[in-house]
Design a protein around this ligand. Structure first.
Ligand SMILES: [Zn+2]
Length: 181
């Protein structure tokens, strides 16, 4: 059986405006172009898999159930648009926990690859942080770094060494992937 291709999606700051430690579904505001971009990627046969660091759980800001509820909400928002998010993987740990799943750790990606029979070498990741690009790079996934509105890399921080490409918006990132196939 042929393995599937996926686009891994960072959540906060990539799909939705990053309001820091979001747990209230009402605070999810998708960036312009995300719906069109996701639809195009799905139409091209990519699985859509969200991979997100949610240290707010370890910090006690919200619970795992809150995260699940938020993800169910996100699914519900996108379903009427004809978009199916195939899966959500998140790291609930704090940076100091030293886990293997917090990006730039690779465990969320490798777990998804195993559970969804993904071909990582033919998959992509869209994210707005160096950690996203690093995690992708480590497992042979091509990372598209998206410069979200209001988001800037720290001075001295670059992604050129780990990102496959950069884009000015989510929609542009999606196009970049589609023209690479
Ligand atoms: Zn973790």
């Amino acid at each position: 059986m042929e393995r599937s291709r996926a686009v891994f999606l960072d959540r906060d700051g990539t799909l939705n405006v990053d309001l820091k430690y979001i747990s209230d579904p009402n605070h999810i505001e998708l960036y312009l172009g995300v719906i069109a971009g996701l639809r195009a990627l799905q139409g091209a046969g990519f699985r859509l898999i969200v991979v997100t660091n949610q240290s707010g759980v370890a910090r006690g800001y919200y619970t795992a159930a809150d995260v699940d509820r938020l993800h169910a909400h996100l699914r519900g928002v996108l379903a009427p648009q004809g978009i199916t998010l195939d899966a959500f993987y998140y790291c609930p740990h704090a940076p100091s926990d030293g886990c293997a799943c917090r990006k730039p750790g690779t465990e969320l990606l490798t777990r998804a690859a195993q559970e969804h029979a993904l071909d990582l070498g033919r998959s992509f990741m869209i994210g707005n942080s160096r950690a996203d690009m690093e995690a992708a790079h480590r497992v042979g996934v091509r990372g598209i770094y998206v410069r979200s509105p209001g988001f800037h890399l720290e001075p001295g921080e670059a992604v050129d060494d780990v990102a496959f490409a950069q884009a000015g918006s989510f929609r542009e990132a999606a196009h970049r992937i589609l023209e690479t196939r």
